[in-house]
Design a protein around this ligand. Structure first.
Ligand code: GDP
Ligand code: MG
Length: 278
């Protein structure tokens, strides 16, 4: 259901997106929590024909709540392409800010205000596990810590990123900056999209900041990342890195200062449960 919401001066129009694949156990409660944290935000759900009926729940939310819309795609096309679809929607509809979070409660909506507040002096705000105050509830297992640390080190080395958490998808972006990116040139369909879009944001001169989040284990359902997708992500980042070094994919802007770490807007909360390695 869409409504015309009057925007006051200085009040940015915010689009929040949720990519869903088999998130039936999370979606309803998550949208309610997002609404509680960002009452004026529009919500966009991109569902890839989830076998568990998530798409029907999304339709029901769109029919009963204001400013909730759904994009249905015919089959599983990857998180990266879902976020690209949401970015196109944000640009096309003229939103000021675009925020994405995972639809499994790993990204608690209580951090949305801190992410939006950080946009006062940044073009991208990362909900970061790797700045002071951030973390993973209950901590990673050693294997997951090595994988997550490894992919971040790899992305920083290959793409020249200086932000600390380049693999998480909990972020807010300035839509006018996203509009300057050639989305058609993005190579990633799956999880390496998170590193690649940051790299593309740097290329168009974005000021990137991080605010701490404490990542939580998903509440319901299972992870969709699998070994093949992880290997594909590493290959894409390697290709991007090689092209960057040999000058085939040179940044068109000179903004190389990288991320800044603002004062924490949110405090960590205890620890419990294992979590993913992205
Ligand atoms: N639309 C769509 N969403 C996806 C796809 N793959 C993953 N997601 C969503 O992306 C988010 C992160 O995926 P998840 O499996 O939790 O990854 P993990 O946290 O790294 O284990 C969740 O909201 C998923 O439902 C996909 O192919 N299409
Ligand atoms: Mg998850």
């Amino acid at each position: 259901m869409t409504t015309d919401r009057a925007e006051g001066p200085g009040r940015p129009r915010l689009l929040v997106s949720l990519a869903t694949y088999n998130e039936a156990g999370n979606l309803r409660d998550l949208v309610a929590e997002i609404r509680a944290q960002a009452p004026d935000a529009s919500v966009l759900i991109i569902d890839d024909n989830s076998p568990d009926g998530t798409g029907r729940i999304a339709d029901d939310l769109a029919a009963t709540l204001p400013d909730v819309e759904v994009i249905h795609r015919p089959g599983k096309q990857g998180l990266g392409t879902a976020v690209v679809a949401a970015i196109r929607h944000a640009v096309g509809r003229g939103y000021d800010l675009y925020l994405n979070l995972d639809a499994d409660f790993s990204h608690p909506p209580r951090y949305i205000p801190a992410l939006v507040a950080g946009m006062a002096d940044h073009d991208v705000m990362i909900g970061s596990r790797y700045v002071p105050g951030g973390g993973v509830r209950d901590g990673f297992t050693l294997k997951r810590r090595l994988m997550s640390g490894g992919i971040n080190w790899y992305a920083r080395l290959l793409l020249g990123l200086s932000s600390r958490d380049n693999s998480g998808s909990y972020r807010c972006y300035r839509v006018s900056k996203l509009a300057a990116i050639d989305l058609g040139a993005i190579r990633s369909r799956g999880y390496s999209f998170m590193e690649e879009i940051l790299y593309r944001c740097r290329q168009v001169g974005c000021r990137i900041g991080e605010t701490p989040i404490v990542f939580e284990d998903r509440r319901s359902g299972t992870s969709k990342i699998h070994r093949g997708e992880a290997i594909r992500a590493l290959q894409i980042l390697l290709g991007l890195g090689i092209d960057r070094v040999v000058g085939r994919d040179r940044a068109p802007t000179s903004d190389r200062r990288g991320s800044t770490i603002p004062r924490p807007h949110a405090r960590p909360i205890g620890s419990r449960g294992p979590a993913r390695s992205r």
